[in-house]
Write a protein that binds this ligand. Structure first.
Ligand SMILES: Nc1ncnc2c1ncn2[C@@H]1O[C@H](COP(=O)(O)OP(=O)(O)OP(=O)(O)O)[C@@H](O)[C@H]1O
Length: 251
């Protein structure tokens, strides 16, 4: 059976995550089946609280699903222990967090090189500099995060997620804190990761303009897949979002 699943960089089967117990139980994910082909760009959208961040965390192995499976390149990693998952994340997954998670005492350049250091390698300085240049921060390489704006910090986090050329890039609202010109630059960079390097990008966003950079948009509602759009346009995404919001209000 494994051969059938290896064309997908990432797959979830019946992914379920429940928080709390008894009357206070929240079902953040209620059986999500999704498959992400290698070299694809997928946007995950949905109302606030629909399970988007929980989905990314479970897929990255940062959170543990209550049931269901996560497969990376056809390998079931659901029951891997913490150490093994951490090593996998370092090697194969780039994660852009909502809150950046930069090391405050490292410069922009050192933060970008961190994934290499953590896996015991010397950072490739030319690649680090090249990525800082791509995200428009060539002249900020020696700045500490405290001396960067929110948008600049986000761009350092993106460069860091890309530096080790991971197979899968998971991004939670990567353009949320950016002005529209910088956001376009970041989205073009993610698109290039897919088109030029064959990486697989899964990006949570609320923004139809950002979602239109993807090949596919998947909508989550109440922890379930509620729809998808292939080859999305800004108008098609915005219309579907409005429709889902109306349904949510009338529920
Ligand atoms: N650690 C937790 N403990 C309890 N409930 C949680 C926890 N994390 C998430 N939830 C709940 O799970 C549901 C899904 O949350 P999640 O953050 O995944 O949604 P989201 O779609 O990313 O929302 P947003 O767009 O607002 O970021 C919400 O009802 C949330 O309150």
């Amino acid at each position: 059976m494994a051969a059938l699943t290896t064309t997908f960089a990432l797959e979830t089967q019946d992914l379920t995550r429940t928080f709390g117990e008894g009357a206070g139980t929240v079902q953040a994910l209620a059986g999500v089946d999704l498959a992400f082909p290698r070299g694809s760009f997928t946007a995950v959208m949905g109302p606030s609280g629909s399970g988007k961040s929980t989905f990314l965390s479970c897929v990255a192995g940062i959170d543990r699903p209550s049931a269901g499976r996560v497969l990376l390149a056809g390998t079931d990693v659901t029951s891997w222990d913490e150490d093994r998952l951490a090593r996998l994340r370092r090697r194969r997954i780039g994660f852009v967090f909502q809150d950046f998670q930069l090391m405050p005492y490292l410069t922009a350049e050192q933060n970008v090189g961190l994934p290499w250091r953590l896996s015991g390698r010397r950072p490739d300085r030319a690649r680090v500099r090249g990525l800082l240049d791509r995200v428009g921060l060539a002249d900020r390489a020696h700045h500490l995060p405290a001396r960067l704006s929110g948008g600049q910090r986000q761009r350092v986090a993106i460069a860091r997620a890309l530096v080790a050329e991971p197979d899968v890039i998971l991004a939670d609202e990567p353009t949320g804190a950016l002005d529209s010109a910088t956001a376009r630059g970041v989205l073009a960079l993610l698109r290039a990761c897919v088109d030029e390097l064959g990486q697989t990008v899964v990006m949570v966003t609320h923004d139809p303009v950002a979602a239109a950079y993807a090949d596919t948009v998947v909508f989550l509602v109440d922890g379930r897949v509620a729809g998808r759009i292939e080859a999305p346009t800004v108008d098609a995404v915005a219309a579907r979002q409005a429709h889902l919001d109306e349904q949510a209000v009338s529920r």
